[in-house]
Write a protein that binds this ligand. Structure first.
Ligand code: BG6
Length: 510
């Protein structure tokens, strides 16, 4: 029996039965990595669950000179290689490939955008896409403004139907560049037509933070400084920078992960219940959290942050080189591959509760989790001796892999006398629902086609995040605190351990 056919009542209704509106999706950078690894496989899986509308087409647009057929062949190969569902169902793939078209576009050439416009018009007529357009910039961030300007100059940004633009993180490299980008995008597209993707928000388990908190009545009453001691967020990757040296060496872990994925996880963990799961309400609450985070400035940065860089070492049985030996990385690079911060959310709910965030490359394994550490019971009813094997209660929200939630609590050891030991109650997605979660991009592409921006980052969110990150980044660039080295395959530099030790705590070992 195939897993999906198992008679599990929880598995009922697991498909997203929403269907997108008719549209042409233009993928700028269609021959690139993001398109091949994520977007085209996501479209295939949406087609598989019948979420694509009858009036639909994809227009690939990139610098290479390809025919429609060559683009289809490339797309087919990428889907075979990267689709999360295997084997590929050719009865789904073949009709999808027929909806793929290609046009060569040099982004610096006005004329080429007019050519793109003519092609869009043809597709509207042939595919009944009713003038609706989604422009997906699967291109380097420095091209976003240019593409938006060229679309506007060619009159492709508005007209009959909807016109949306999708951009990927990073949204700028600091507050000022993020503001400039927003201004350029907003000249051509209103804010509600700008879809900024932070793919973490498309992950099922990230959305489940809100379900866990706000679809249950038993957790919210304890979700505050009265009972919570601290929150730890870990975003660890075993991979290195994977041929992205040119980008990564100018970014570093703070901008690459903490500014976006890390702070998004803080907002979802700390936010107040929104009135409804609706774009305005959810994003308003998230912005309030970002604005409540106490900014780190001056001396605080030395006390509350750690910047690390990995040297060579062993990861999952493989020997790996140090960061400075990676391709396109300066041999004396000061860029961090590990960042750890201690933050405080200065509001009524969270006063005095530290939020520790750490993100790093070349750590022992890939794991993203949020650990809510509770306080010890106020009184030791069973005495110190009986309790010596007990850790305080903790809830761990495991984002990936082995997506799930666990609760740690004390239980009596089955023997004479009264000894208490910590045990864990565990919920795992895959065993409860018997299906794997869809890819973040499936959810996000469908939401964009439907026009639901709830899981996309709003301009004020991006700016509030940069306001927190900029002073840290500037201090780090001046060499303070000093870069701390850690061997690949470890949990980061000793300074990160000290950061918590100074508070009488330690990092949870996932
Ligand atoms: C990206 C970063 O945003 O997220 C990468 O640029 C990182 O450096 C990736 O590897 C991690 O995403 P995921 O979904 O594998 O956790």
């Amino acid at each position: 029996m195939k897993v999906e056919e198992a008679p599990n009542p929880l598995a009922e209704g697991l498909h997203d039965y929403r269907v997108a509106d008719p549209a042409v999706m233009v993928i700028f950078g269609a021959t690139g990595d993001l398109s091949g690894r994520k977007l085209l496989p996501a479209l295939y899986n949406l087609a598989r669950q019948r979420s694509l509308p009858a009036g639909f087409a994809v227009l690939g647009a990139a610098m290479s000179d390809l025919t429609d057929d060559a683009f289809r062949k490339m797309a087919s190969e990428k889907i075979h290689q990267f689709s999360r569902t295997q084997p590929i169902d050719e009865r789904v793939l073949a009709p999808l490939l027929d909806l793929l078209f290609y046009v060569k576009v040099d982004f610096s050439q006005q004329d080429e955008f007019r050519k793109l416009g003519r092609k869009l018009q043809e597709l509207d007529d042939a595919r009944h896409t009713t003038g609706n357009r989604i422009f997906y910039c699967a291109t380097p961030p420095q091209t976003y403004s240019l593409i938006a300007q060229q679309l506007m100059a060619a009159g492709l940004h508005a007209g009959k139907g909807f016109h949306r633009i999708v951009v990927e993180k990073p949204f700028g490299t600091d507050l000022q560049s993020a503001r400039e980008l927003t201004q350029t995008l907003q000249k051509a597209f209103p804010e509600d037509a700008v879809f900024r993707i932070d793919h973490y928000l498309g992950k099922e388990t990230v959305q489940n933070i809100l379900a866990f908190r706000f679809a249950n009545s038993i957790f919210e009453p304890v979700w505050n400084a009265n009972l919570i001691d601290s929150v730890q967020i870990t975003i660890a990757e075993e991979i290195g920078i994977e041929n992205r040296g040119r980008y990564y060496d100018t970014a570093g872990a703070l901008r690459d992960i903490v500014q976006n994925h890390g702070l998004q996880l803080v907002t979802l963990t700390a936010m107040e219940p929104p009135l409804a799961f609706e774009a305005g309400a959810v994003r308003d609450e998230k912005v309030k959290v970002l604005r409540s985070i106490r900014p780190l400035i001056g001396e605080d940065i030395e006390q509350s942050t750690v910047r690390g860089q990995h040297t060579s070492g062993w990861v999952l049985g493989q020997q790996v080189v140090g960061y400075r030996e990676e391709k396109d990385v300066a041999p004396d690079s000061q860029t961090e591959t590990f960042a750890a911060l201690r933050l405080f959310v200065d509001n009524w709910r969270w006063a005095g509760v530290p939020f520790y965030i750490r993100a790093g490359k070349r750590m022992p394994k890939r794991v993203t989790e949020i650990r809510i550490q509770f306080k010890r019971p106020p009184h030791l009813t069973f005495g110190r001796e009986a309790m010596k094997e007990v850790d305080p209660n903790a809830i761990t929200l495991r984002i990936q892999p082995e997506e799930g939630i666990s609760l740690k609590f004390g239980a009596k050891v089955p023997s004479a006398g009264l000894r208490i030991r910590s045990v864990t109650m565990d919920f795992q997605y895959v065993t409860s629902f018997l299906v794997e979660a869809p890819e973040a991009y499936e959810r996000l592409l469908l939401d964009c086609m439907i026009g639901d921006p709830t899981l996309f980052t709003r301009a004020d969110e991006v700016e509030a995040a940069w306001m927190l990150i900029d002073p840290i980044e500037n201090k780090w660039r001046s060499g303070r605190p000093p870069l701390a080295m850690y061997p690949a395959g470890t949990w980061g530099p000793d300074e990160a351990t000290q950061l918590l030790k100074a508070d009488g705590r330690e990092w949870h070992r996932p």
